[in-house]
Design a protein around this ligand. Structure first.
Ligand code: HPA
Length: 296
């Protein structure tokens, strides 16, 4: 299989042009929904659906029959683009492929990205079913050379050496807490650890990640957020705690993908309330808030 470690600028632009010619409005908010969380897409009004297979250079879905499409429309009066079907590194894609959708979204004019994921709870104070707004992340594959920014830098997208001090907008985090309080949803906050997957963590790894400062752990999100930050996007991220991470080899509990999906469905109504509330009150995007600004 031909899997590019980096993707030339014209491929992003060709993909964006193919989507743009079908749009009837200019979306400003991108939504990426994690495992079991995709049903929020069904709440988008007047949806225009674009299958991934109709967008040039878009990573092809690996599982036949799996939902893989962009849904464009309105949520709380905001023009949004949602990915129904996320792309994960563990499926066999490169980090460049995993993050192509975010760069395409930015080229379409999207300046705000809302990402969600299913995650294990490392923080002993978290329970299955909790929602955590992401304050910051630890991206372990990046330390092994699997950065989505690996390869020639596309200068018009962002700088070679990105500043990552403010990957997750503090303004949007505060707004999320305000919305949560108003709607009676308990909202945690913490650091998300992003691993490559697909295996779940061993108990020794859970203890290590907790000692490193992680509160939740999953197999996505940080690559997309690094690319979004490179292109000056404002990011809001949520981890849904679908299971508690097991830190003891004597444990008789088990984590299964089915449990992850089941808990996800249980969390969706609260997560949807948070995202809808944030969209309702979304402040105007101010490019000056980002250290990195592309020349699109
Ligand atoms: N670990 C990694 N990814 C996950 C988990 C987990 O415990 N739960 C849901 N996604």
């Amino acid at each position: 299989m031909d899997q590019p470690l980096w993707i030339p600028e014209e491929h992003y632009r060709e993909a964006a042009a193919a989507v743009k010619q079908r749009l009837t409005q200019s979306p400003t908010v991108g939504l990426i929904l994690g495992s079991g969380l995709g049903t929020l897409v069904e709440e988008i009004k007047d949806p225009l659906v674009i299958p991934y297979t109709e967008i040039p250079h878009w990573p092809p879905p690996t599982v036949s029959g799996h939902v893989g499409r962009l849904v464009v429309g309105e949520l709380e009066g905001r023009p949004v683009v949602a990915m129904q079907g996320r792309i994960h590194f563990y499926e066999g894609y490169t980090m460049a492929q995993v993050t192509l959708p975010v760069r395409v979204m930015r080229l379409l004019g999207i300046n705000t990205l809302i990402v969600t994921n299913a995650a294990g709870g490392l923080n002993p104070g978290f329970a299955a079913g909790d929602i955590m707004v992401i304050e910051d992340h630890i991206f372990l594959p990046g330390y092994a050379g699997f950065s989505p920014l690996y390869g020639p830098n596309i200068g018009s997208f962002g700088p070679r050496f990105t500043i990552n001090t403010h990957c997750y907008s503090s303004e949007l985090r505060k707004l999320a807490h305000k919305v949560a309080a108003a709607s009676g949803v308990t909202l945690r906050e913490g650091v998300y650890v992003s691993l490559a997957g697909p295996a779940f963590e061993t108990p020794a790894e859970v203890r290590m990640l907790r000692a490193a400062g992680g509160d939740s752990v999953g197999m996505s999100t940080a690559p997309e957020v690094l690319v979004a930050n490179h292109m000056g996007m404002r990011v809001l991220g949520f981890s849904t705690i679908t299971n508690v991470s097991l830190d003891n080899t004597e444990s008789v509990d088990e984590v299964s993908h089915e449990d992850v999906l089941r808990l996800g469905r249980q969390i969706v109504p609260r997560l949807a309330a948070l995202i809808r509330g944030v969209l309702r009150e979304l402040p105007a995007y101010d490019p000056a808030q980002s250290e990195n600004q592309p020349e699109l």
